[in-house]
Design a protein around this ligand. Structure first.
Ligand SMILES: [Zn+2]
Length: 283
């Protein structure tokens, strides 16, 4: 439907035509007599006289619909009080000079039902969205925790609480002799700990290393702990990261008690310090 050029004029015209037709319709529908029908229509026209451009649209439907409701009540006793609570749309009134009131009430009810179902489904959508968001966050949290556990499981630890006293590399003071590990200035009896989980592949006297322990780790590296005063594990034992495997001492080729710690990859000793740092150890 195209927009009228003069809304107020059009509305007034419709209202007058509507009132006149309404009187006839009321008369026909109710058989209350022309004068009563006319009187009813006249009363309803009260609303039309107050028409102003800005209010033209809302007033027409309200008044026209009120008339229809009155006619419906008189003729059928149909209870449309609740339907009359809300104004009908302008479009409905413009076309509904005298439509079947029951139909109007039903349409109105249908519209409200539709609105309700729309608002319900929009509420459901919001609920669904927040549920999905919560599930997503839970999944992300689980994933982060799983990664954290995995990283923690891969993390190595210091083999001793004692400070480093000598580093990996050739020793000038011993004629450039290669020092193949890192020394920790541990006192006799201090715990020597598995730097990472694995299987004990050697435990006991081991030449210049004195009493030593060698562990093979799941990734194939081996670690060696030398100069122990005693060991508390046996070949074949599975040990956990940080587990005490022996105690520091001065067995083997030493000048004093300490832990001599080596890391072997494919049988070759590497510098333990950068290796431990790469594996999460603060050293
Ligand atoms: Zn050493």
């Amino acid at each position: 439907m195209s927009e009228p050029k003069h809304p107020a004029k059009t509305a007034r015209h419709r209202a007058k035509a509507g009132a006149s037709t309404l009187a006839q319709k009321i008369g026909a529908a109710t058989r209350i007599g022309r004068s009563r029908a006319r009187h009813l229509a006249e009363q309803l026209r009260g609303g039309f006289h107050r028409l102003e451009p800005a209010k033209a649209r809302p007033y027409v439907p309200r008044a026209a619909f009120a008339g229809l409701v009155a006619a419906a009540v008189i003729t059928t006793g149909f209870n449309v009080a609740s339907a009359a609570d809300e104004p009908v749309g302008a479009t409905a009134a413009a076309t509904a000079v005298a439509p079947d009131p029951t139909r109007v009430a039903q349409d109105d009810q249908a519209t409200r039902n539709k609105d309700r179902s729309l608002s319900q489904s929009s509420g459901d959508a919001t609920l669904k969205e927040s549920k999905e968001k919560a599930e997503k966050e839970a999944r992300e949290r689980e994933e982060a925790e799983r990664k954290e556990r995995e990283e923690a499981a891969r993390r190595w630890t210091l083999p001793s609480d004692a400070p480093v006293s000598d580093v990996y590399g050739p020793r000038a003071w011993r004629g450039g002799e290669m020092h193949a590990g890192t020394d920790f200035a541990a006192d006799t009896g201090q715990d020597n700990k598995a730097a990472y989980k694995g299987t004990v592949v050697q435990a006991g006297w081991n030449g210049g290393y004195g009493i030593s322990v060698t562990i093979r780790h799941p990734d194939g590296q081996e670690t060696l702990y030398g100069h122990n005063s005693d060991v508390v594990v046996s070949v074949g034992d599975e040990v956990e990261t940080g587990q005490t495997i022996g105690h520091a001492g001065s067995t083997g080729d030493v000048t004093g008690p300490h832990l001599h710690f080596e890391v072997h990859i494919d049988g070759a000793a590497i510098d333990p310090v950068p290796f431990l740092r790469e594996h999460g150890v603060d050293i």
